[in-house]
Design a protein around this ligand. Sequence first.
Ligand SMILES: [Zn+2]
Length: 250
Amino acid sequence: MQACQYCGKPYVWFEKELFSGVQKRLLKVQVPACKCIEEREKQQEHQIKMHNIAEKQARLFENSLMTDLFKDKTFENLLKAENLLKYNNAPTIHKCQEYARQFKPKESYGIQMIGNPGTAKTTLLAAICNELIRKNYSCLFTTLSNLIDKFAIYSYEHAGNITPLLNWLTTFDYVVLDDIGRETYSDKRKELVFRIVDTLLNNKVVTAFSANPECITKLKSIPELNAVIDRLKDMCRISLEFKGESFRGR
Ligand SMILES: [Zn+2]
């Protein structure tokens, strides 16, 4: 008698009537008396599913351009007691967590985080991105400076045609421009910022940015960028201000 290779339980005989009437025949086969094989198949199916999810998450994380440094900037980690003490900003963390929970591509308002350096603006934006990636949304996390560089190089290599790269921008559900206003501006770079913001706005890509108050003042003092910054601020209607001193080095 055959037995289950996993639990050792002997198989049982199973009889089935193949044809009825005159040609009636009985089929007699050995079948498992346990659910081991079924359960293994279910388990394997589950493993494949989890593997695919993990792969998709890894791809979304890679596409986001976030560095590994930001991988553990999750709400779960920020809300741990020792970090709460460090950031001293539980209400804002909860606000951002609620934002990520209710996030809808093309519909949600953007966020602007204004405050001095080292007041957790970047950390919170990273936490929102991590949460959205966990929910399978595609995010881009970059500084405006890096983004302009990327566009400038692309423009140089493609005879000024940046349309494909602008289209790439529109594939994201959420775009974070971290620490704006630190860039240096040539006429070419002013034009690139205009087209980047214009594309995000026209395609309803939910956008967030962070900046120091002085950087906003600086950007607004550049005549060609004044209107661009107003449009960006209009997109990012949820405004969070960080008045606290820097926690870095504390
Ligand atoms: Zn078994």
